[in-house]
Design a protein around this ligand. Structure first.
Ligand SMILES: [Zn+2]
Length: 141
């Protein structure tokens, strides 16, 4: 039997998709929702995959520090040098990839989650990332 605990976290961010065919090439923002599907080799002594609060503390704080209320821009985006010149409370988050929902979700699954949860007995098996209530992607290990 497979047991998964799913934690939902949200953040607000701007981005644009370089070379997009239509409106997503324009700077715009989303209220993102991240669904983190957590799995453990075995349940803990209380019968949990993990305390939901741990996911909020570890992944939620990373999202708050790095992505919430930032511009997520590809390092090759010609707009990057212009945006970086604008005064801002937080720096631009420079992505190694064009910041599509697919690439953002992959980055969370492959890099952010394993680093943030290195000391926990839990792994993220799947991420569902909503850009809008009607549009989301899933990436799975
Ligand atoms: Zn978008």
């Amino acid at each position: 039997m497979k047991v998964q605990a799913i934690r939902v976290l949200t953040f607000e961010a701007g981005h644009r998709i370089v070379n997009h065919e239509s409106k997503c090439a324009t700077l715009h923002g989303h209220s993102y929702a991240v669904h983190l599907f957590c799995e453990a080799a075995q349940l803990d002594d209380l019968g949990r995959v993990i305390d939901f609060g741990v996911i909020k503390e570890k992944i939620g704080s990373w999202l708050d520090r790095h992505w919430d209320h930032t511009m997520l821009l590809w390092k090759n985006d010609p707009a990057l040098p212009l945006i970086e010149k604008c005064p801002s409370y937080k720096p631009v988050y420079i992505c190694e990839f064009n910041p599509t929902a697919e690439n953002l979700a992959r980055h969370l699954l492959e890099n952010v989650c394993p680093t943030c949860l290195a000391e926990e007995n839990v792994a993220i098996a799947k991420i569902r990332l909503y850009e809008t209530p009607n549009c989301y992607v899933e990436v799975e290990r």
